[in-house]
Design a protein around this ligand. Structure first.
Ligand SMILES: Nc1ncnc2c1ncn2[C@@H]1O[C@H](COP(=O)(O)OP(=O)(O)OP(=O)(O)O)[C@@H](O)[C@H]1O
Ligand SMILES: [Mg+2]
Length: 481
């Protein structure tokens, strides 16, 4: 039958269908085999040579295929698709369509066979990759948090902290310039990032941090504003975008603004006023849309008096001042931070360490001159260095142990008979504290402790707070209750 096709047509058609990934099978309008491609052999396992001169029905009769869609098409000329399960177990989507000659006479039936088994596999692989991506995303979030570079875990519960947080959320909605002040390690970087990620700018641009103290004036200038090719004598220099451009649409965080070189301050002021920059060695003005957040632990007012910081720049930056107080002035934040970092580092080092009551008390009583950074470092250090699951007073850094030793709770641990004569109230408090501490140690949870002591849970909670008794801080940051 295929004699009706010229050799040339056949060879072009053959080359074409050979190159297709789906299986193709061509029969004449009576159902006799004309040709099939290599993919057909691969997918069905049927040898093409076997088919020469045979009718499609032959394949069915030999149980090579359960059904032939082309035979259905021959009957009514309607294109149709069927999912056919082949004896090999493969699931195929078979589509058969009539080919017509110019004079309206049916010429051949083309069947394409798409291997759904393969597609199913691919879609399964895709699903697996998506699961992996989710897993990696979580891992990245976790690593970012461990490295301290996300906004997600901004810990604190003190009134001060909550006030800062709600102000941050409020101002995130605006583009107003913010000046964050506070001693070293209190979380100025974290706050700046938090504001960026709370704002719509997180979708339109990046958070770009410039450490103004890290570079000498000339380098800082080119980093901030960028430069054009040939701006420097070095002929290789290709030109570069500045931080202002990199932060376009986002937030530019000028960290350590107190260290910003005096000779560059007028230029920075101009950029902040005009919201446009010029590359060094360039002529074009480039508009920039950035939200500025500056931070410092220096006393800028004092620096203004000493003529080390421009007053006009100060007022331009200090539109919304935010102060983060040292940790010792918001002691309520200490415990949640200890819990948080303990959880983080337990996860990080795959440990399940927890703090003894004394160790916890010592940490909570300490003044933390290095603020949150010091808490973080101290907790990491004890998680790594302590030998047992329970972290005791002796595992703590010397300076924390020392200050705690200097002021242990008065009379703690002494039997009543050995109490020196003194204020009754103090002795009773000490006795009460000791009894509660022992009960806490002896019972699995607060409710049980309250039952042993025959007091209300709320009374116990109040007294715990009064005496700084918080129970064991367990793995996962949960206080054992
Ligand atoms: N409220 C907080 N919750 C969780 N982690 C915090 C918090 N505040 C600070 N940290 C962590 O403490 C460390 C120090 O914080 P950060 O770098 O923001 O301090 P800083 O005020 O910018 O200090 P410096 O003045 O030295 O630049 C970081 O690891 C940060 O992740
Ligand atoms: Mg900082």
């Amino acid at each position: 039958m295929h004699a009706r096709f010229s050799q040339k047509t056949l060879s072009i058609a053959r080359a074409l269908i050979e190159s297709v990934h789906d299986g193709m099978y061509i029969a004449d309008h009576n159902g006799y085999y004309i040709m099939a491609n290599e993919a057909f052999e691969r997918i069905t396992g049927i040898n093409r040579q076997e088919m020469v001169g045979r009718h499609t029905q032959y394949m069915i009769d030999n149980n090579w295929v359960p059904r032939a869609v082309n035979l259905e098409v021959i009957k009514d000329f309607q294109t149709r698709s069927r999912i056919v399960q082949y004896p090999s177990g493969r699931q195929l989507l078979v589509t058969a369509a009539m080919l017509w000659r110019d004079n309206g006479i049916p010429a051949a039936v083309v069947s394409t066979l798409r291997d759904l088994t393969e597609l199913n596999l691919i879609s399964k692989e895709l699903k697996n990759s998506q699961v992996m991506i989710e897993r990696f995303k979580k891992r990245i979030e976790y690593l970012e948090e461990t490295l301290g570079s996300t906004n997600k875990f901004f810990i604190g519960q003190s009134t001060d902290f909550r006030r800062t947080l709600s102000l941050a959320k409020k101002v995130a909605g605006s583009d107003a310039t913010i000046m964050i002040t506070g001693p070293s390690g209190v979380g100025k970087d974290v706050l700046a990032q938090f504001i960026h990620y709370q704002s719509r700018r997180k979708n339109s641009g990046s958070f770009v941090k410039v450490d103004c103290a890290a570079l000498p004036a000339n380098l800082l200038e080119s980093e901030l504003f960028g430069y054009d090719k040939g701006a420097f004598t070095d002929a290789r220099t290709q030109g570069k975008q500045g931080m202002f451009e990199l932060a376009n649409g986002g937030t530019l965080f000028l960290d350590e603004i107190g260290e910003f070189p005096f000779e560059l301050q007028a230029k920075l002021l101009n950029v902040l006023q005009d919201r446009q920059i010029k590359h060094l060695g360039g002529l074009a003005t480039i508009p920039v849309d950035v939200r500025i957040i500056a931070a410092t632990n220096m006393n800028l007012e004092q620096m203004i008096r000493e003529r080390k910081f421009r007053e006009d720049l100060y007022y331009r930056l200090n539109v919304i001042p935010m102060f983060i107080p040292p940790l010792r002035e918001r002691r309520e934040d200490i415990l949640p931070m200890i819990k948080h970092f303990l959880k983080i580092y337990n996860q990080n080092y795959n440990t399940g360490k927890f703090l003894s009551i004394e160790a916890l008390n010592a940490l909570m009583n300490y003044d933390w001159p290095g603020n949150v950074r010091e808490v973080r470092n101290a907790i990491e250090r004890v998680v790594v260095t302590s030998a047992d699951e329970v972290i005791t007073l002796h595992d703590l850094p010397g300076e924390i142990r020392k200050t705690y030793r200097l002021s242990p709770p008065p009379l703690a641990g002494l039997p009543a008979s050995s109490y020196p004569v003194g204020p009754l109230k103090e002795a009773l408090d000490t006795m009460e504290r000791e009894l509660i501490r022992k009960a806490l140690e002896a019972s699995p949870n607060l409710a049980e402790t309250a039952r042993i002591l025959q007091i209300d849970l709320s009374t116990l909670t109040r007294k715990n707070k009064k005496y700084g008794l918080t129970g064991h801080v367990k793995t996962g940051g949960q206080v054992k209750t």
